[in-house]
Design a protein around this ligand. Structure first.
Ligand SMILES: *Cc1c(COP(=O)(O)O)cnc(C)c1O
Length: 360
């Protein structure tokens, strides 16, 4: 059985060594020494001014919306994981969907302005599969219309664009450290902002709004993460370069194997490198996708229709909106297996052969 993804696990004794320190410290959660150490190491690794380690990527998004005090409409993408949209609704705001670009599969920046109304407070865009949005165009639009920008960078760990971390763009960026992501702490998330005042506010929000003993600065939530999760983050961070390298090799191998087929790949941002978070392919028709999905399944090979269906039509708590590009792409996109333990020759080549047998 080849699953579509498999979490990276560090050598067990290395995780155990971190657990030993938890027993020594007797500190289990609430911004403990391992969580602090992880935040320090990640700040360095990602070259960002500062970041917060939080419960998960969804809480990270909700904290971002709360910290920016967003109200009314938030312009967003229908081609993402459900948490991008649900956090907007959960925070009492209204998602306004803008169609995606057929090549990058990110929100189409040229269509954002037409969706802005007097009630628009922000843009919440996803760097889909770790492929950077048109951050410069979005910045110009946001400045012109006085809008805040949040990036759901759940897929974009380690991505750089124009010489700096992708997490530095927008007012706030969030990341997910869930077990299925490229780099993980079992469950976990990150909130990143360059603005020191906003950073302080987010710190309070993460801890119930508490500013000091018996004092409250904000409306907050429990966005803290535990020492056990920080331990996994620290143990995995040692292997992040090896993980990234392996994923890039597997990606190139897939590219090579599938180059003579009709499959298309998202067009990457010209100033950024693919971090190998996912391997999506776009079929000419949904029928071809279903055929390949079935053939792979017959061979015990998992795939995932990320992202299908469109968030603008799928959610029972929103009125369905048809979007030409998203509806078409989401029916035709499939993610192939990609993870650290995937075997280059035997497994990737087998997957390539099965796909080629059907398509060519
Ligand atoms: C995984 C993911 C999230 C949610 O992250 P969790 O850590 O699972 O809460 C949000 N947005 C996108 C795009 C994701 O892929």
């Amino acid at each position: 059985m080849i699953p579509v993804t498999k979490p990276f696990l560090p050598p067990q004794e290395e995780y155990q060594a971190y657990l030993d320190t938890i027993w020594e410290n007797g500190w289990l959660t609430n911004m403990g020494p391992l969580s602090k150490k992880l935040e320090g190491r990640l700040t360095e690794h990602l070259k960002v001014p500062n970041l917060l380690f939080v419960t998960n990527g969804t809480i990270a998004l909700q904290m971002a919306i709360k910290a920016l005090d967003l109200k009314g409409e938030i312009i967003t993408t229908p081609f993402s994981f459900v948490a991008t949209t649900s956090s907007i609704v959960w925070e009492g705001c209204t998602p306004v969907f803008v169609d995606i670009d057929p090549n990058s599969l990110n929100i189409d920046a040229s269509k954002i302005e037409a969706a802005i109304t007097p009630n628009t407070s922000a843009i919440l865009a996803t760097h889909v599969y770790g492929n950077p949005c048109d951050v410069l165009a979005i910045e110009v639009i946001a400045k012109k219309h006085n809008l805040k920008v949040i990036y759901d960078a759940a897929h974009a760990f380690g991505v750089e664009v124009y010489g700096k971390s992708i997490f530095e763009y927008g007012d706030i960026s969030t990341c997910s450290l869930h077990a299925t992501k490229l780099y993980h702490s079992i469950e976990g998330g990150l909130v990143i902002t360059k603005d020191p005042a906003l950073f302080q506010k987010l710190k309070h929000i993460r801890n119930f709004g508490i500013s000091s003993f018996y004092e409250f600065a904000e409306l907050g939530i429990n966005g803290k993460n535990s020492e056990y999760h920080a331990a996994m983050g620290l143990a995995n961070l040692k292997y992040i370069d090896a993980i990234a390298k392996k994923r890039k090799m597997l990606t190139s191998r897939y590219d090579e194997l599938l180059q003579d087929t009709a499959l298309k790949r998202p067009t990457w941002h010209p100033d950024s490198e693919n971090n190998g978070a996912y391997y999506p392919v776009i079929f000419e028709t949904e029928e071809a996708l279903l055929q390949v999905e079935e053939a792979l399944k017959q061979n015990q090979i998992g795939t995932r229709r990320y992202f299908y269906p469109s968030l603008a039509t799928a959610l029972p708590y929103l009125n369905p909106t048809e979007m030409e590009v998203t509806d078409s792409i989401s029916k035709r996109v499939l993610c192939l297996p990609l993870y650290y333990d995937l075997l280059m020759e035997e497994e990737v080549d087998t997957i390539g052969d099965i796909i080629k047998n059907i398509l060519v």
